[in-house]
Design a protein around this ligand. Structure first.
Ligand code: ATP
Ligand code: LTN
Length: 333
């Protein structure tokens, strides 16, 4: 069976963009692939986090994975810091990665621009840790949103380089980026992607938002000039709302356009709010229904399964590099 690996950071609150661009596809793909879904808390600390909140959000995100439909009976859910091999392989990959290729990463450039000289080394190295996550599991496919495409290309480059220099070791993964929903835009600025780290909370609908909040956010959503309700790349705000509508209802674009023919933006926003509220209603309940004990068991099992596979890859890597450790050095031949 082929493998998939993906992850999300336990920072801020998970939003509709994360769900429609990534988590939704994890749920669908888990039946066809052996699946690993990670809560990437080591990535989270590349920005300063409140320790207590980070611990809380780590558990909450694991619960959200389960609540949206990741089945711990068939998929492995685990916390990145539980598997030391992620940090260890990162070091090895750091030694074959080049400054120039990391400097080209647009996510790094954006953050570096905001933080100038104080940008952290972890922010710079973030994509290498992500490559380690993926390569440890001999992953075939990585379902992510559009913003991660460049990081996936780097992951492939590092795998190919290591294989070339030290012998075939890593499977070279492909990105899985959905045709629809890979980049859900902010409701308050359709030129920006919906984001957890956005200071403007009105732009993102969080999966755990209550009905009033959801209603308010859609009501205030920015629209384009004109009145027609149709999918049109030159009218990004309406197209974004229609894309969310399409993914949550499963209706075809032409069906949606004829449904809204002759209706106004207000109607679209109202219906979209209702659909989203109904869609998200069971989620909070499900999140709350997972006991600490149940979650503990799931994450223990996840850790064990993940450690076994990651350790096997790491040992091959170390052997290829000739740094297998003291045990081997003591055996003279
Ligand atoms: P932020 O939302 O602050 O940009 P992030 O992208 O760092 O956070 P993660 O939790 O690491 O958030 O992302 C989890 C997944 O969600 C990734 O696969 C990412 O590509 C995807 N994703 C994030 N934002 C969007 C979006 N607006 N539309 C579609 N997919 C998205
Ligand atoms: N960088 C990703 C999160 C992430 C990830 C991964 C995704 C960390 N490691 C491995 C897929 C595979 C993001 O969305 N910000």
């Amino acid at each position: 069976m082929k493998r998939i690996f993906s992850g999300a950071q336990p920072t801020g609150n998970i939003h509709l963009g994360n769900y429609l661009g990534a988590l939704r596809n994890w749920v669908a793909l888990q039946h066809e692939y052996e699946s690993f879904f990670c809560i990437v808390n080591l990535h989270a600390i590349t920005a300063r986090q409140d320790p207590k909140l980070l611990a809380e959000k780590t558990g909450e995100l694991a619960r959200i994975y389960i609540a949206v439909g990741i089945d711990p009976g068939i998929s492995t859910i685990f916390v990145q810091s539980d598997v030391a091999a992620h940090a260890e392989l990162t070091w090895v990959l750091n030694c074959i990665a080049r400054m120039s290729e990391l400097e080209r990463m647009t996510q790094f450039k954006d953050k570096a621009r905001k933080q100038s000289e104080n940008v952290g080394v972890g922010v710079f190295d973030y994509p290498v840790l992500m490559a380690a996550d993926i390569l440890l599991y001999q992953t075939d496919l990585v379902p992510v949103g559009e913003d991660q495409k460049q990081h996936l290309e780097l992951t492939r480059d590092l795998a190919i380089r290591f294989n070339r220099d030290y012998g075939d070791t890593f499977r070279v993964p492909d990105a899985y980026i959905p045709k629809v929903g890979a980049r859900i835009m902010s409701l308050s600025d359709p030129a920006k992607k919906m984001s957890k780290s956005d200071d403007d909370l009105a732009g993102s609908v969080m999966l755990l938002d209550d009905a009033d909040n959801i209603q308010r956010k859609f009501k205030r959503a920015v629209t384009d000039s004109g009145t027609e309700i149709r999918f049109d790349a030159t009218r990004p705000a309406i197209t974004n709302l229609l894309t969310i509508f399409q993914l949550l209802t499963g209706q075809a674009p032409d069906e949606i356009e004829s449904h809204f023919a002759g209706k106004g933006y207000g109607q679209l926003k109202q219906e979209l709010a209702e659909i989203t509220i109904e869609f998200l209603r069971p989620l909070r309940e499900k999140v709350e229904s997972i006991s600490d004990k149940e979650l503990g068991t799931i994450l223990d099992q996840g850790r064990q399964k993940a450690r076994g596979i990651a350790q096997a890859t790491l040992e091959t890597v170390m052997a290829r590099l000739g740094i297998s450790g003291a045990k081997e050095l003591l055996v003279r031949n």
